[in-house]
Each structure stands twice: as structure tokens, then as C-alpha cells.
Design a protein. Structure first.
Length: 183
């Protein structure tokens, strides 16, 4: 049925007490123990603790790239993924259950925007090393026409903007992005 149901069954918990068992065990559950479950779940192929996870984008204890990509995943990827409804051809989803997508899979770094450039010089969706040329960064700093996220945001998320700026500054331009190399 699912990983916790399987774990409870493996532990010999009667079916009518499995939810209560999970609640009692959740603080100390260790999915890596052999007693956690012996058969694969039909919903999850791994226990949640063994899959990739997003990090808190506001916690500097995590790597900058993980923070930036977790923020973009949480705030942008509901639309900006393949067939997600956003009309920019970018992929801001960070992870599958098994792996972190490489930066190239974003289809955003060094890519010319399809829509407004906001009069940014040599604008790219994300210009490696240059937040001042990055449309994604510009959209995050705006409220009103062209702002991102579009919905339910009336003020700029200043800590997120600062973190995304730092991340873009940390990106190295590729040799085929001549404009970014000649900075």
C-alpha cells in the first residue's frame, strides 16, 4: 500500500492499529533498519528519508546551489516545468525522487528570453555571473507587470532575492556564452 503500511506490517502491527503505530514510531523511525519493511511500496520506491529532499533556502548552512534551486523549485516549478503551464521553456524543477537534475536541464542559463528583456543589456534568462543581465533575477525584484512569482506576492522577498543574486554571481559562464565570458 505505502511505505509506512509496509513497515507496520513487517513489524507485526495489526491492520487496525497501523496509523497509531506510525504516530508512535515517527519520532524514532529508521527506514534503513531491516525491520523497516521487507517489500517495496506500491506508492514509493524508497523510504522518504532515502530520497532527495529540498533544503531551506533561507538557511546558509546548506550549499548555495541547493538553496537557490530549492527556492526556484518551491516557488516557480509549479508552472515552469515541461507542460506546467508557464509559457517560458524553462525547467525549474530541482529533483526527481532519485537524482538532482543538472543545471543544464534548467534550459535557463545563457538562454535568451522569449518574452520581455526589461531593457537589460545582453539579457539572458540567467546570465552566469551577472544578475544585472538576468531576467529571472529582474522579475524577482519587481512587483507589478512582469513580476515573478505572479500570484500571491505583494512584496519582494528580499532574503530570497539576495540569495538568488549570490547564486547567479557564483555561476561560471560557459565558453559558448561569449557575452558572459567577456565580462
Amino acid at each position: 500500500m505505502n511505505w509506512w503500511y509496509d513497515a507496520a506490517a513487517a513489524a507485526g502491527v495489526p491492520e487496525n492499529d497501523r496509523w497509531g503505530w506510525l504516530v508512535r514510531q515517527s519520532a524514532s523511525i529508521d527506514p534503513d533498519k531491516p525491520s523497516f519493511g521487507t517489500r517495496p511500496s506500491s506508492l514509493l520506491v524508497r523510504a522518504p528519508a532515502r530520497t532527495n529532499g529540498l533544503v531551506n533556502p533561507y538557511d546558509p548552512a546548506h550549499p548555495l546551489e541547493a538553496r537557490a534551486r530549492s527556492y526556484l523549485h518551491s516557488n516557480c516549478s509549479s508552472c515552469h516545468v515541461f507542460a506546467g503551464g508557464g509559457n517560458a521553456h524553462i525547467e525549474l524543477e530541482y529533483m526527481t525522487a532519485f537524482e538532482t537534475k543538472p543545471l543544464d536541464a534548467m534550459k535557463a542559463i545563457g538562454v535568451k528570453p522569449l518574452h520581455s528583456t526589461f531593457d537589460l543589456p545582453d539579457a539572458k534568462l540567467i546570465a552566469a555571473g551577472h544578475p544585472e543581465r538576468s531576467v529571472l533575477y529582474e522579475r524577482m525584484t519587481r512587483r507589478g507587470p512582469g513580476q515573478m512569482p505572479q500570484l500571491a506576492t505583494a512584496i519582494v522577498d528580499e532574503p530570497a532575492v539576495a540569495m538568488i543574486r549570490e547564486w547567479i554571481e557564483s555561476l561560471e559562464a560557459k565558453a559558448d556564452d561569449v557575452s558572459a565570458v567577456s565580462r
